[in-house]
Design a protein around this ligand. Structure first.
Ligand code: WTA
Length: 652
């Protein structure tokens, strides 16, 4: 771990503003007051298995009831043991069976302006056809299917179809490179890839099939590829391997029962960055995840039947899994899905969508909010946003000024804001205001949800005093927690369950103030947060070092107005000439190895990297240099400087 400062972090932020829930909002909310929240939280904490067990019986459909709520053999959790359910059934069939098949499930808008609406009954029919197509290509329970798709209804349909037959989906964000896809296919042993000819982004077509073709040349376990015709581009189809979606899905039977699956049947793998060069395949399972996504959705977004709910996340990330697909659909919500960029054809696209579809609940990322601020209020003011009643944020901390802008300009000072803290690993939201109950403070994710018991500890595992920073942990298992890292249970144990005995280590620093409000203070490991997305510095370094000109590389984050953090790298070369040409080449190289999101913003060439006597790269010094807090003119001074710095602080 790069920063062992648990317990010794100074607080620099003091936020005094407090925004109680508007009375008219609270009056109609699911949880209406602080007293109600506190009593629910206490009731849950007093008997967690009973709390979750009762809820699972009420909220999920069971083909066979479970006989044990939790079997906990740290770090292995089994929830709802002995029960049989199906995540797809809970999201789709259940509503149709209960007589709500005519309700709208998905309102979709493509970037070029095309629109589609699917009712729950229509969604069921599409999902059944897709499930039959999967079966016709030999996909069975336990097989892994990679999805590399644009944000179209078919992406949600494919996820649900996998869940229906017990196959495990691994969604790979459509911005990742061929190398990254191949790495994920190979790690998971994927048998099938579903993609599209292309997807629309800022008026252009992303050539998804072309990228998949390159990946498949290196993915030995993949037998078939289904291709959705989305952009209409001409693509190469390899006979016997590649199949058009419209051939294998549209023609399939729309009868296909949902498979009754053991509660702990793996539902999906989602790769995320950790503090090594190899992405972790975070594994989630059927019953616990389904319950957690559904219930947290209902609580945090205060779901009502007349809501039009829009989460702007892509299904390539956990937010898209839990709060575009599984949570809202399990709750029977009306979900808006949008394919493209927020500034196409102009900077008011989101507000245009909100106005036209009368969106009531809007959930986005702070990085997007910073972009809206930069683009100017006039784009917002052109639109009637009076349908909105609740706003949310996710992915990184929101700075109080951006929070205030969101509150005033988007929410017109009427809409509560839920700042939701959680992770790919947690499966769903862990801390967030309940909008009818908990007064908000800009920049704080406020309080833990019922059933979640956090603790902030120092590196010895002792709880730290109020207002002091430390490591954020969770003290008891919860249904939405990850069940492991795909193929590497040792790493699972080591990363999350070994540094603080008996507790889940989230990897974030946090503090809790006198009112019991939590403030997230950033990562404790070498994970960057670029535009709300996790990137490992070591992954970027490995990508750079795989270039023949590079001897050594160090990547650090530096503050960036829009992205939150930007990637700055320091590179030492073998024999090559430093210069702009090589800079461009290295940028492209990282794009090819990982994807555009990891492309470095700054590349500095240096004769050597500053290291401690024990050989560790002095990342804190590099961070200061990258941020401009330490002035370094050219490569020579960086070397001189590093000698000085070494004398000054020997070990970080
Ligand atoms: C950060 C995204 C502050 C945090 C759902 C966490 C946040 C990582 C917040 C997980 C928030 C997420 N306030 N920081 N509201 N939400 N983070 O796995 O560092 O992509 O550990 O999951 O994002 O990122 P991930």
């Amino acid at each position: 771990m790069a920063d062992q400062s648990g317990g010794g972090i100074d607080t620099v932020m003091h936020e005094e503003r407090l925004f109680p829930p508007p009375p008219e909002f609270a009056a109609q909310a699911r949880i209406k007051s602080m007293e109600e929240y506190e009593s629910l939280w206490r009731k849950a904490a007093a008997d967690l298995p009973k709390f979750w067990g009762d809820m699972a019986r009420d909220e999920l459909h069971w083909f066979e009831p479970f006989d044990e709520t939790l079997r906990w053999n740290e770090p292995v959790a089994e929830w709802f043991v002995g029960g049989k359910t199906n995540a797809c059934y809970n999201c789709v069939d259940k509503h149709v069976v209960e007589g709500h098949g005519d309700r709208t499930a998905i309102i979709w808008e493509g970037e070029p302006g095309d629109e589609r609406t699917l009712t729950y009954a229509e969604l069921l029919s599409e999902v059944r056809k897709c499930a039959n197509a999967l079966k016709s290509l030999g996909i069975r329970a336990g097989d892994v299917v990679s999805l590399y798709m644009p944000m179209t209804p078919e992406l949600a349909i494919a996820m649900l179809a996998c869940a229906r037959v017990g196959a495990i989906h691994s969604v790979i964000f459509a911005g990742f490179s061929a190398e990254a896809i191949a790495e994920r296919n190979n790690d998971a042993g994927a048998k099938l890839v579903i993609t599209a000819d292309g997807g629309w982004r800022r008026g252009k077509v992303l050539p998804l099939k072309e990228t998949v073709d390159k990946a498949l040349a290196k993915s030995s376990t993949v037998e078939h590829c289904i291709v959705l015709k989305r952009a209409g581009d001409v693509v190469a189809m390899q006979e016997d391997r590649d199949h058009w979606w419209h051939d294998v899905v549209d023609g399939a039977s729309d009868q296909c029962p949902a498979e009754p699956l053991d509660s702990e049947t793996p539902l999906f793998i989602l790769y995320t960055s950790g503090s090594t060069g190899k992405p972790k395949g975070i594994k989630h399972t059927t019953a616990g995840y389904s319950l957690y996504a559904k219930k947290t959705f209902q609580w945090v977004f205060d779901h009502r039947d007349d809501d039009v709910y829009w989460c702007t996340a892509d299904c390539g990330w956990i937010t898209g899994h839990s709060y575009v697909v599984y949570g809202p659909l399990a709750a029977g919500a009306k979900v808006l899905m949008y394919e493209g960029a927020p500034n196409h054809p102009a900077e008011d696209r989101f507000w245009d969508i909100v106005e036209r579809h009368k969106v009531t609940v809007f959930y986005t990322a702070p990085t997007a909010i910073r972009a809206f601020i930069k683009w100017g209020d006039e784009w917002v003011e052109k639109h009637d946003l009076s349908s909105l009643r609740l706003l949310g944020t996710v992915g990184e901390g929101i700075n109080p000024e951006a929070w205030m802008w969101y509150h005033k300009v988007i929410g017109n000072e009427r809409c509560p804001i839920v700042d939701t803290w959680w992770q790919t690993e947690t499966g769903g939201i862990m801390m967030s205001p309940l909008p009818g109950a908990i007064a908000t403070k800009p920049g704080s994710c406020t309080k833990p949800l019922p059933g979640i018991v956090p603790a902030i500890v120092d590196s010895d595992g002792h709880e730290v005093p109020t207002d002091q920073g430390g490591w954020l942990t969770v003290t008891h298992p919860w249904p939405g927690m990850l069940r492991g890292i795909w193929g590497d249970m040792d790493r699972y144990q080591e990363v999350y369950w070994s540094q603080v005995p008996g507790k889940y280590l989230a990897g974030d620093n946090a503090r809790c103030d006198v009112d019991g409000y939590y403030w997230i203070m950033g990562r404790i490991d070498d994970v960057l947060n670029v535009s709300g997305h996790r990137l490992s510095t070591i992954e970027i370094e490995s990508a750079l070092v795989s270039h023949p000109a590079v001897a050594e590389a160090a990547a650090v984050g530096r503050p960036h107005d829009l992205k939150g953090e930007a990637v700055a790298v320091f590179v030492t070369l073998k024999q090559a000439e430093p210069g702009d040409e090589l800079r461009t080449e290295l940028r492209q190289h990282v794009r090819n190895e990982i994807g555009a999101l990891a492309q470095p913003d700054d590349i500095r060439f240096t004769g050597s990297l500053p290291k401690t006597r024990s050989g560790k790269i002095m990342r804190r010094l590099l961070k200061d240099i990258a941020a401009g807090r330490e002035a370094v003119g050219d490569t020579t001074t960086l070397e001189d400087y590093s000698v000085l710095a070494r004398l000054r602080s020997d070990d970080e």
